[in-house]
Design a protein around this ligand. Structure first.
Ligand code: NAD
Ligand code: WQD
Length: 358
C-alpha cells in the first residue's frame, strides 16, 4: 500500500544503531525509501533483521565504514538519494576521554569523508545527529538554540567540531541544506518490544542502567550526587522518547523537501544553510523521579544508593522545544511513563539485548 506513496530515497548512516533503527521504521511509515549504511561497530545485523520484520520488507543494508570513501562513492553512484541522515558515530563520553583520536577520527574524519562524497554526487541535504552536550553547562534554562556552545570532553568536542564544519560549509556554498538536530536524553524503545537500546557493556547512561537493575542483571543503581540545586538534589534531564525523536527526523526531512522544492520554484526563499534545532520535550525530570516512575510502571524494586557526583556532570539540562514546533511542526508526545513502559517491555523481552532472545 505504501509503495504508491513512496517518497524520496534516504541514506541512513548508523541506521543499525539505537536511534537509527527507530528512525528507519518512522521513515518507512512516512513513505521514505531507506538505505542503511553501518559498520556494525556498536550494533548488530539482528537489529536490521528486526526492522525488516517490523516494516514487512527487507531493508537495504550496506555493512561498511563511513571513512571508506570508495564504498561510499559506489553507494552514491548506484542510488539517487534526496539526502542523508547521519547517525554514524561513537558516543561514549568516558571512552572518548581515553581514546580521543579514535573519536575525532571516526566522528569528525568520518563526517568530512561523507560530506566530500555527498558534494561529489551533488547530494546536499543532510540531517546530522548533534547533541545537547554542545551547550556544556548552560547559563539559562530552558536551553534555546542561540545559547553559547562549549564542551569539556572529546565526544562533545567532536559534535561541536562537526557543527562548525557544517556552518562553514553552508557559508561557502548556499546550495547545502544542513540541519543539526540537538538531541537531549533519548530513552525508551519501540512499542513492539523488538527494538531498543542494547549497550555493549555495563551501561553508562541512566535509563539502561535502571532497566538492567529492574531485570536483575545489575544489583543496584548508583545515583551520582544528591546535592545539586534541583527539586530533590539529583540531576535533572530532558528525557525524550526515541519514537518521538524518530518522528523529529521525519519532520526535518519533510522540512528539507518543502524548502528545497520551493527554492527550485521561487527566488524568494532563502536557502536552509546550517540550521540547529533542539529535539527535547521542554520538561526536566530528576534522576529520582525517573527511578520512581520506572519502578511504578515495571512493578519492580530499583535498589539505589547515593554516591559522589560524576565528573563532568551538570545539575540541570532541558530544552526549549519552540523552534522545532515552529519550523518543523514537531513536538514530543510521549510521557515519562511511556518511556519507562516501553524500555521495560524491551528489557524484559530481551534481557540480553539482541544477542539472546527468551
Ligand atoms: P548507536 O551507537 O546505537 O548508533 C550509532 C551507529 O553508528 C552504530 O550502529 C554504529 O555501528 C555506527 N557507526 C559508528 N561509527 C561508524 C562508522 N565509522 N561507519 C559506519 N557506521 C558507524 O548510537 P545512537 O544512540 O543511536 O546515536 C546515534 C547518533 O546520535 C550518534 O551520532 C550519537 O552521537 C548521537 N547522539 C546520541 C545520543 C544518545 O544519548 N543516544 C544523544 C545525542 C546524540
Ligand atoms: C543522566 C543523569 C547522571 C547514570 C549523556 C551524554 C550526552 C548525551 C546523552 C550523547 C545524570 C545520572 C547516570 C548512573 C546516575 N549523549 N546517572 N547514575 O550525562 O545527561 O548525557 O547521554 O550525545 O552527551 O553525556 O546522561 O544518562 O548518563 O545521565 O545517577 O548510573 O543520570 O549523573 O544526572 P547525560 P546520563
Amino acid at each position: 500500500m505504501l509503495e504508491n506513496f513512496m517518497k524520496s530515497k534516504i541514506l541512513v548512516t548508523g541506521g543499525a544503531g539505537y536511534i537509527g533503527t527507530h528512525t528507519c521504521i518512522a521513515l518507512y511509515e512516512a513513505g521514505y525509501d531507506v538505505v542503511v549504511y553501518d559498520n556494525l561497530s556498536n550494533s548488530s545485523r539482528e537489529a536490521i533483521n528486526r526492522v525488516s520484520t517490523l516494516i514487512g520488507q527487507t531493508i537495504e543494508f550496506i555493512e561498511s565504514d563511513i571513512r571508506d570513501a570508495e564504498v561510499l562513492k559506489q553507494v552514491f553512484a548506484s542510488h539517487e538519494f534526496f539526502g542523508v541522515i547521519h547517525f554514524a558515530g561513537l558516543k561514549a563520553v568516558g571512552e572518548s576521554v581515553s581514546k580521543p583520536l579514535l573519536y575525532y577520527n571516526n566522528n569528525v574524519g568520518g563526517t568530512i569523508t561523507l560530506l566530500e562524497v555527498m558534494a561529489e554526487y551533488n547530494v546536499k541535504n543532510l540531517v546530522f545527529s548533534s547533541s545537547a552536550t554542545v551547550y556544556g553547562d548552560p547559563e539559562n534554562l530552558p536551553i534555546n538554540e542561540g545559547s553559547p556552545r562549549s564542551c569539556t570532553n572529546p565526544y562533545g568536542q567532536s559534535k561541536l567540531a562537526v557543527e562548525y564544519i557544517l556552518e562553514d560549509l553552508a557559508i561557502s556554498d548556499n546550495s547545502w541544506n544542513l540541519i543539526a538536530l540537538r538531541y537531549f536524553n533519548p530513552v525508551g524503545a519501540h512499542s513492539s518490544g523488538q527494538i531498543g537500546e542494547d549497550p555493549n557493556d555495563i551501561p553508562n547512561n541512566l535509563m539502561p542502567y535502571i532497566s538492567q537493575v529492574a531485570v536483575g542483571k545489575l544489583d543496584k543503581l548508583s545515583i551520582f550526587g544528591n546535592d545539586y540545586p534541583t527539586v530533590d538534589g539529583t540531576g535533572v534531564r530532558d528525557f525524550i522518547h526515541v519514537t518521538d525523536l524518530a518522528q523529529g527526523h521525519v519532520a526535518a526531512l519533510n522540512y528539507l523537501e518543502q524548502r528545497t522544492s520551493s527554492i527550485n520554484h521561487s527566488d524568494m526563499t532563502k536557502p536552509v544553510g546550517f540550521l540547529p534545532i533542539n529535539l527535547g520535550t521542554g520538561k526536566g525530570t530528576s534522576v529520582l523521579e525517573l527511578v520512581f516512575a520506572f519502578s511504578d510502571v515495571s512493578r519492580q524494586a530499583i535498589p539505589y544508593q547515593f554516591t559522589d557526583r560524576r565528573a563532568g556532570d551538570i545539575a540541570s539540562c532541558y530544552a526549549s522545544a519552540d523552534k522545532a514546533k515552529t519550523l518543523l511542526g514537531w513536538q514530543a508526545e510521549l510521557s515519562i511513563a511511556d518511556m519507562c513502559r516501553d524500555t521495560w517491555r524491551w528489557q524484559s523481552m530481551n534481557p540480553n539485548g539482541y544477542t539472546k532472545v527468551v
